[in-house]
Design a protein around this ligand. Structure first.
Ligand SMILES: CC(C)(COP(=O)(O)OP(=O)(O)OC[C@H]1O[C@@H](n2cnc3c(N)ncnc32)[C@H](O)[C@@H]1OP(=O)(O)O)[C@@H](O)C(=O)NCCC(=O)NCCS
Length: 324
């Protein structure tokens, strides 16, 4: 009844996956939605050096329409299974599909030597249907809250930079290898506090910035310390094509641990929001869990909460799956 296809080499598959993902995401918060295209799929999966075809599987029905897609990859101390299932299928079908995908994930984690007891995070969408299917397949899955999509509503506090620090804005950094290397170092140092974070390499980050500059109108803000160090970094862009029209999106924010809690992070967000809001109706960002209050102080509200489910790798169903 189902066929699991690894990678995206099969003819026409990228477009079919893009259609599936757009259908799933049309159920989300009505304004923020970046359409999936072939190029976005390639950026998301192929441009990262950790990509390997077997990490990406599509479940296809006998009518050759994809009904689900999963991206399976390890992060520090945890395996991730990112699943999107067609919202139009029935619960019994969704349960079978999820069973196939999770058995496959288990096989992959097992063959790669995942240690006993490693938690598996299953990020599922659409939440209602897939959550019910997930509980049928893994009754022991535990729901956890992820971060949140935040939308700017206005009237946040006006932070001030400490003396001697200054913000520089740029519209392109793609050719500046020296600066890119400093940014990668800064971002890795700032995000090291999160157990789920995998450090970026200069190569991956450069690919990513090239993509951003080809497709959006970026805004980079850099905070320089009194002694000329790069202390803070923010990447935002104007997106021409989010549902709801032209929108501003704050993609990345990092302050070097040595310079934190001095008002740099909030000054960066306030400055970016002021500039983006001047040109667009909506400004969005995705907050990690626990920082929602920081963004609320700056005038954002929670538009959509994210959830994921955690389970032990040995709770995943064990069956023989055939992958094509
Ligand atoms: C989040 C981050 C950018 C904040 O930068 P910062 O320069 O330290 O922030 P500010 O000094 O402007 O903080 C202002 C206020 O925000 C709140 N705040 C700052 N960091 C916070 C955190 N990690 N958790 C909760 N509240 C926080 C505090 O109320 C703080 O005021 P206080 O220092 O008087 O208590 C920085 O901690 C960082 O780089 N973190 C790692 C990367 C990251 O999480 N990026 C954001 C992803 S969405």
């Amino acid at each position: 009844m189902f066929r699991l296809v690894a990678g995206i080499e099969e003819a026409g598959l990228e477009d079919a996956i893009a259609r599936l993902l757009n259908r799933v995401e049309s159920l989300r918060y009505p304004v923020y939605r970046e359409p999936w295209t072939r190029e976005r799929i390639r950026r998301q999966w192929l441009s990262y050096s950790g990509y390997s075809p077997e990490n990406l599987v599509t479940v296809i029905t006998d009518t050759s329409v994809p009904v689900a897609i999963a991206w399976i990859y390890p992060i520090q101390g945890c395996g991730v299974v990112w699943v999107r299932i067609d919202p139009l299928i029935a619960l019994t079908t969704a349960t079978k599909v999820l069973e196939e995908l999770l058995s496959y994930a288990r096989l992959l984690f097992d063959t790669r030597g995942a240690a006993r007891g490693v938690p598996v995070r299953v990020h599922v969408e659409p939440l209602g249907l897939v959550r019910d299917a997930l509980y049928r397949v893994i009754p022991g899955a535990v729901a956890r809250e992820g971060g949140a999509l935040m939308a700017y509503k206005g009237s946040g506090v006006q932070p001030v930079l400490p003396p001697g620090y200054r913000i520089e804005s740029r519209s392109s950094i793609a050719g500046d290898r020296g600066l890119l290397a400093r940014i990668v170092q800064l971002v890795n140092a700032a995000f090291a506090r999160y157990s789920w974070y995998t450090p970026s390499t200069l190569r991956d980050y450069t690919n990513y910035i090239n993509y951003v500059e080809e497709h959006y109108r970026p805004l980079y803000l850099l905070v320089w310390s009194p002694s000329g160090e790069l202390a803070g970094y923010l990447l935002a862009y104007i997106h021409p094509n989010l549902a709801g029209g032209i929108s501003g999106y704050i993609e990345e924010l990092a302050v070097h641990p040595y310079h934190q809690r001095r008002g740099l992070g909030s000054s960066l967000v306030a400055e970016a929001t002021r500039r983006l809001h001047h040109e667009t109706r909506y400004v969005y960002l995705n907050s990690v869990r626990g920082l929602e209050g920081f963004y609320q102080m700056l005038g954002f509200t929670v538009a959509e909460r994210k959830a994921y489910y955690e389970a032990d790798v040995h709770v995943l169903p064990q069956r023989n799956v055939v992958v094509m």
